[in-house]
Unconditional design. Structure first.
Lengths: 311, 291
């Protein structure tokens, strides 16, 4: 006992004199070997990708690359096709994120109660996450087959109007359908994270609120919501980043069609680079997308911060 | 005494009220079970159907019997074993190398809260924001230059690039959750900074390292686009590539084997997730919430 007390005193003294901090100063030397591959494997390619945006680089061997300044960006500013795709990208990222958040939050609330079939639901809630994206895309495109797919069959049997729609091929339904599948994929991360936060709420707190006469809505408003605030804003930010720059699902499901209705900007840039070989121009799209995300996030983060300080 | 019993009664009454919510609750349960489970069950059922059954215009969800031939087909004739082996080797190598590179770096970033840490964090964020499909351009050229195009090592290299930033972010969160006092106490007892890292930080970090490694493993196991761009010969194909190629060429015809392959590809991840669900989710966001 006295030993720890002595140590405490020692520690405090050391902290005052800055001695305890001293050991930290040498730590970066051990991290140095780790940063060399990190710089080579991540900082360098990323910087190269950004640099490419300012060049006229195209695909092919031994093509001379020259610096052209902001020429790519000037061209991009007038590229209406890209901006249309950009709009679709924002709709896609925001809708997928909030739909997945809504569905995932609902599922987390259910999983947090004492219900039957809870074990089954827990396993099922992980399925979309565990499934390789290619398998997800293959599976949904088979499920949604226009003529004889099981979903068309199911909707026909239930006499749902418009049951025979070609969900992924129709101009009006393609984007909403892809968004729904995107939310299906994005749900598990959200569910499990929110569930973890919900389970961190002490039962005594809820019981005390009941005794004080708080009804279900008030308990939800003043206990549940504050408990998941931090995790929810982190989830929103991360999911918007991920969804805005992802195109795998769309690529396999619709390849941007029909008529460009699901042509997200990440796919647009991918095509520009690997279909048409315009590396420089494609890279400038990437830079614009990155800037757009940073812009959206800073607005979002400022808004959540403001809310926090108002509390 | 009487107040506590009164309180218990209040709580019991409130809990009884829950019965009114039961019907909508179970409607929601049914919705979620169908929404999440139906596609998966349908795929499993399809994988057990005979070609004749699959040709029926309105197939039932329950297969007539267990037709394992689809599984034998996809494994023996379609080279699925070889691609699964490739995927496994690539995912393991990526996970191990990522961990080796990120653990010390994450420690440095989390503990040295100065300019250096700010720069590193900013760069991690930028690398998440920048569309990965474009980082592949310089990577593709670099991999081609060093002669690793269409090889397993080339793909491992690219997956390393893709997974380092996020792994670093995850681990940084775990390091931040270890109290600095422990390390300071170690320093007081005369441990060198290397000893502190190995004896104090590392053991506490093991759960975080496991979560990070598994997350990296799964991402590489599932990854499709880098493989599509970098791999050309069938003997180097990864599992998602083989499945996608199969889907494109003859999948509509050979639905059974395709469903069997898709089902098999899901199992490893499902097992890992089943075991690790809580840890993975908290790990994913450790970096976000703990700063």
């Amino acid at each position: 006992m006295s030993n720890t007390a002595v140590k405490d005193v020692k520690l405090k003294k050391a902290k005052k004199s800055g001695k305890a901090k001293l050991y930290n100063r040498g730590a970066w030397i051990y991290a140095l070997p780790a940063f060399i591959p990190l710089v080579l494997l991540s900082v360098v390619p990323l910087s190269q990708a950004v640099w490419t945006a300012f060049t006229d680089s195209v695909a092919g061997f031994d093509v001379k690359v020259s610096f052209i300044g902001f020429e790519n960006f000037r061209r991009l500013a007038g590229d209406t096709l890209f901006w249309q795709s950009f709009k679709i990208g924002i709709i896609w990222a925001v809708s997928v994120t909030f739909l997945a958040l809504f569905l995932g939050f609902g599922l987390a609330l259910l999983l947090n109660q004492k219900l039957r079939f809870l074990g089954l639901m827990r396993v099922l809630s992980l399925v979309p996450w565990a499934m390789p994206p290619v398998v997800v895309a293959i599976m949904w495109s088979l499920l949604l087959r226009p003529q004889s797919g099981p979903i068309v069959d199911l909707f026909t049997a239930l006499h749902i109007p418009g049951a025979k729609t070609d969900w992924l091929g129709d101009f009006n339904t393609a984007l909403p359908t892809v968004i729904l599948i995107g939310a299906w994929v994005g749900m598990p991360v959200i569910t499990v994270s929110i569930l973890a936060a919900l389970q961190g709420i002490p039962t005594e707190m809820v019981e005390a609120a009941i005794i004080d006469g708080a009804n279900a809505w008030k308990r939800f408003r003043y206990i549940t919501l504050p408990a998941i605030r931090a995790i929810t804003s982190a989830l929103i930010a991360l999911n918007i980043i991920w969804n805005f720059s992802s195109f795998g699902l769309v690529f396999v499901l619709t390849a941007g069609g029909p008529g460009g209705k699901t042509f997200v900007p990440a796919l647009f840039a991918y095509n520009e680079a690997f279909k048409y070989g315009n590396f420089g121009y494609a890279a400038s799209m990437g830079v614009v997308m990155a800037l757009a995300i940073v812009g959206m996030l800073s607005i979002y983060l400022r808004a959540t911060k403001k809310e926090d300080t108002q509390r | 005494m009487s107040t506590t019993s009164k309180q218990t009664v209040v709580i019991a009454v409130e809990k009884k009220k829950r019965k009114y919510y039961l019907i909508p609750t179970y409607i929601a349960v049914v919705f979620y079970v169908l929404f999440l489970g139906f596609p998966f069950i349908w795929m499993f059922s399809t994988s057990l159907k005979t070609p004749y059954e699959l040709l029926q215009l309105h197939p039932s969800l329950i297969p007539d019997g267990f037709y394992w031939q689809n599984y034998i087909d996809i494994i023996e004739k379609r080279g699925l074993i070889n691609s699964a082996k490739n995927s496994f080797v690539i995912a393991i190598l990526t996970a191990v190398l990522t961990t080796v590179f990120t653990v010390p770096a994450a420690y440095a970033i989390a503990r040295l809260r100065k300019v250096f840490s700010g720069v590193a964090t900013g760069w991690i964020l930028i690398s998440q924001v920048f569309p990965v499909s474009l980082v592949i351009i310089p990577l593709f050229m670099a991999v081609r230059r060093i002669g690793l195009l269409d090889t397993i090592w080339g793909l491992v290299l690219v997956y390393l690039v893709a997974s380092l930033p996020f792994a670093l972010w995850m681990l940084k969160g775990y390091v931040s959750s270890i109290p600095v006092d422990l390390e300071e106490a170690g320093a007081m007892d005369g441990a060198s900074s290397f000893q502190i890292l190995v004896r104090i930080v590392f053991p506490l970090l093991v759960p975080g390292i496991v979560a990070t490694a598994l997350f990296t493993f799964l991402n590489s196991w599932n990854e499709f686009f880098f493989a599509l761009v970098l791999i050309q010969s069938p003997e180097n194909e990864t599992l998602p590539l083989t499945l996608a190629r199969f889907m494109g060429s003859e999948g509509q015809v050979l639905l059974g084997p395709l469903a069997a392959g898709a089902f098999l590809a899901t199992i490893p991840s499902l097992v890992i997730f089943g075991i690790m669900q809580r840890k993975l989710a908290s790990g994913l966001l450790a970096g976000a919430v703990k700063g």
